[in-house]
Design a protein around this ligand. Structure first.
Ligand code: ADP
Ligand code: MG
Length: 374
């Protein structure tokens, strides 16, 4: 039997919030619905698992998430009201928390699972709005790094249903300019983190990331929202990581029998999923602009382009050489300590030292230490 959740039906922060329900559990902790008693409103509270609060790296990451999110004001980013640490001596004492607006709806992953792939005009409109949210983050030097359908929430906003909100900046990379003096650099070159299914090639290789890595992930999200499938056929997280690096994505019209998409859409998607960041759209708003012809119009979509004027379009990049001719990058072998692979979890992959590679000039030998953030 599962032990009772220590937070359910408890009040925290001197009685300010009454926790009523658990609404999500992830690698780092849980998300609860709560009532803010004084204001009689619902809020969502994300609490870092009390057992993890003593892990300095995780605590620092969680604080960084809170700080990053609390600076973002875009309407398509979940609003953060406050964050901090639960008082000692109370339930979950010492645990870190983030209080956010409570969103009614479901995340994009659940929507596609339950209701099937989305019609193109709707999916494109959702992605355009997500691009708006990301553009603000990118302008502030924040790269999300864990974009996936689970982190895009479709909520009711007044009369509008399926209004997207970007969640979970848990892996967000805050560039130097955003860092406070004394905060620890969480990730280093050679350390891969993210969710294998949605990782950009540079993320899969542990390279330094910028906004263009998020654009790649957004394109994978759109591909999945339209087809219910990912752009690669793979069975394991490791295989996804590998394919993002070396394999061309399966053309969207070859992926489903039931639906056919306009050919120019594939032009947009494959550019956003180009292996080289230089060959992609260079900003989220530029990607949004490219999606505009496919999207249903409406005030929410129009607002994105009013908030952020589109930049001059970058010229179409030359076609990249086919992946088979690509020289396999040197990668490593290491022991693996892997929890039972639960797809779509954010993982940290430690790449060790290169061991054996280059069989017949093309084989990619990848060995890793997978640390699932559980
Ligand atoms: N503000 C919110 N309102 C309603 N549901 C939320 C909210 N924040 C998160 N959730 C739900 O909880 C899930 C996990 O939240 P998330 O912030 O992504 O945490 P994790 O780090 O555990 O992935 C989300 O996919 C979503 O379904
Ligand atoms: Mg999440």
């Amino acid at each position: 039997m599962q032990p009772a959740d220590p937070f359910l039906d408890r009040t925290i922060l001197g009685g300010q919030f009454h926790i009523t329900k658990k609404i999500g559990t992830g690698g780092m902790g849980s998300v609860y619905q709560a009532t803010q008693v004084d204001m009689n409103r619902s809020v969502a509270i994300k609490i870092l698992h009390p057992k993890l609060a003593t892990r300095r790296d995780l605590a620092s990451r969680f604080r960084r998430e809170a700080r990053a999110m609390s600076q973002l004001t875009h309407p398509n980013t979940v609003k953060v009201f406050m964050y901090g640490q639960l008082e000692d001596g109370a339930v979950g004492g010492g645990s870190l928390f983030i209080v956010m607006e409570y969103l009614q709806g479901r995340n994009l992953n659940r929507a596609v699972k339950r209701e099937g792939p989305l019609p193109l005009p709707k999916a494109a409109a959702i992605l355009i709005q997500a691009c708006g949210a990301l553009q603000e983050a990118h302008d502030m030097g924040i790269v999300h790094r864990d974009l996936k359908p689970e982190n895009i929430f479709l909520c009711k906003q007044g009369e509008i249903s399926d209004y997207p909100k970007v969640l979970d900046f848990g892996l967000a990379k805050v560039t130097e300019r955003q860092m406070r003096p004394g905060s620890i650099q969480l990730t280093q070159e050679g350390m891969v983190f993210g969710t294998p299914e949605f990782m950009s090639p540079e993320q899969a290789q542990g390279k330094t990331l910028d906004a263009r890595s998020d654009i790649y992930s957004l394109a994978v999200i759109l591909y999945e929202a339209l087809t219910g499938k990912l752009p690669f056929e793979a069975k394991t997280p490791m295989e996804y990581i590998q394919k993002h690096v070396v394999e061309a994505p399966i053309p969207i019209n070859d992926r489903t029998e039931e639906r056919k998409f306009p050919e120019p859409l594939w032009g947009v998607l494959s550019r956003a999923m180009a292996k080289s960041p230089d060959a992609r759209y260079q900003s989220a708003i530029e990607f949004a602009q490219a999606l505009r012809p496919f999207a249903e119009s409406g005030p929410a979509v129009e607002a994105i382009f009013q908030m952020t004027p589109a930049p001059p379009a970058t010229s179409n990049p030359s076609i990249e050489s086919p992946p088979s001719s690509r020289r396999s990058p040197p990668v490593a072998a290491a022991a693996a300590e892997v929890q039972p692979a639960r797809a779509r979890d954010s993982v940290w992959v430690l790449i060790g030292v290169a061991a054996v590679f280059l069989i017949l000039g093309a084989a990619l030998t990848v060995g890793v230490l997978l640390l699932l953030m559980k």
